[in-house]
Design a protein around this ligand. Structure first.
Ligand SMILES: C[S@@+](CC[C@H](N)C(=O)[O-])C[C@H]1O[C@@H](n2cnc3c(N)ncnc32)[C@H](O)[C@@H]1O
Length: 213
């Protein structure tokens, strides 16, 4: 289990062979199905392609994913953590949730949660402690949302990952200024372990790996 290389591409071994999530390319090797992970469609894949060093997605861990959308990145995380892991997928758009549920039905380690990530008390009875909190919510309050969820759910020594979209914080500000301000805010609660600009895969996005202080 892990991230596999396939030519110049990356891939994960499918937990649900025969089922595609976002029309991704698949291939077979030794009778197993692998799904190519597209860095133009998934910020986590983009971060891996750009040399991400801290990669916590091991078999059997529990992950809280904020901003699951229709399950593109979640499905690869589901492949990585395997049947023994649990992936709690928080999404507040009912339209996205309809598609996400179809993915979760095929992958029994994914738990769909229709909720606003600003109110974690609404899902604290479902989500226990997790090794990773991952956030990609494209919301001006991204940092605050991350803090309250990490405080509630992250295990000691757990890892936090944030895909930050600069224009979501302030569309009129230059991205350098937004990153600077956001990092100042992040440093109040977290240690910044790694940061990666996601260009050319995603414009004006920076990916952070954080630890709680
Ligand atoms: C950029 S998309 C996420 C893409 C997804 N992470 C992926 O890689 O497949 C951001 C998602 O966050 C959701 N979102 C934004 N604010 C939210 C909030 N406060 N609570 C829950 N979901 C939120 C949006 O509805 C949207 O589906």
């Amino acid at each position: 289990m892990g991230v596999y290389k396939y030519g110049g591409k990356i891939a994960t071994k499918s937990l649900a062979p025969g089922f595609r999530v976002y029309a991704e390319e698949v291939f077979k090797k030794n009778g197993k199905e692998y799904r190519v992970w597209n860095p133009f469609k998934s910020k986590l894949a983009a971060a891996i392609k750009k040399g991400l060093k801290n990669f916590p997605f091991k078999e059997g861990i529990n992950v809280l994913y904020l901003g699951a959308a229709t399950g593109t990145t979640c499905s690869h995380v589901s492949d990585l953590i395997g049947k023994k892991g649990k992936l709690f997928c928080v999404e507040f758009s009912a339209d996205s949730m309809k598609e996400l549920i179809k993915v979760c039905e095929k992958r029994r380690n994914m738990y769909p949660i229709l909720a606003d990530a600003r109110t974690p008390e609404n899902y604290e009875k479902i989500v226990g402690k997790v090794e990773v909190v991952y956030e990609d919510v494209a919301d001006p309050e991204q940092v605050k949302i991350l803090e309250i969820n990490a405080k509630k759910f992250l295990k000691k020594n757990g890892i936090v990952m944030l895909a930050l979209k600069a224009p979501c914080i302030d569309s009129s500000e230059k991205k350098g200024k937004i990153y600077e301000e956001t990092e100042k805010q992040l440093k109040k609660e977290f240690e910044i372990v790694e940061k990666i600009d996601l260009e050319p895969f995603e414009k004006e996005h920076r990916f952070y790996v954080l630890k709680q202080q």
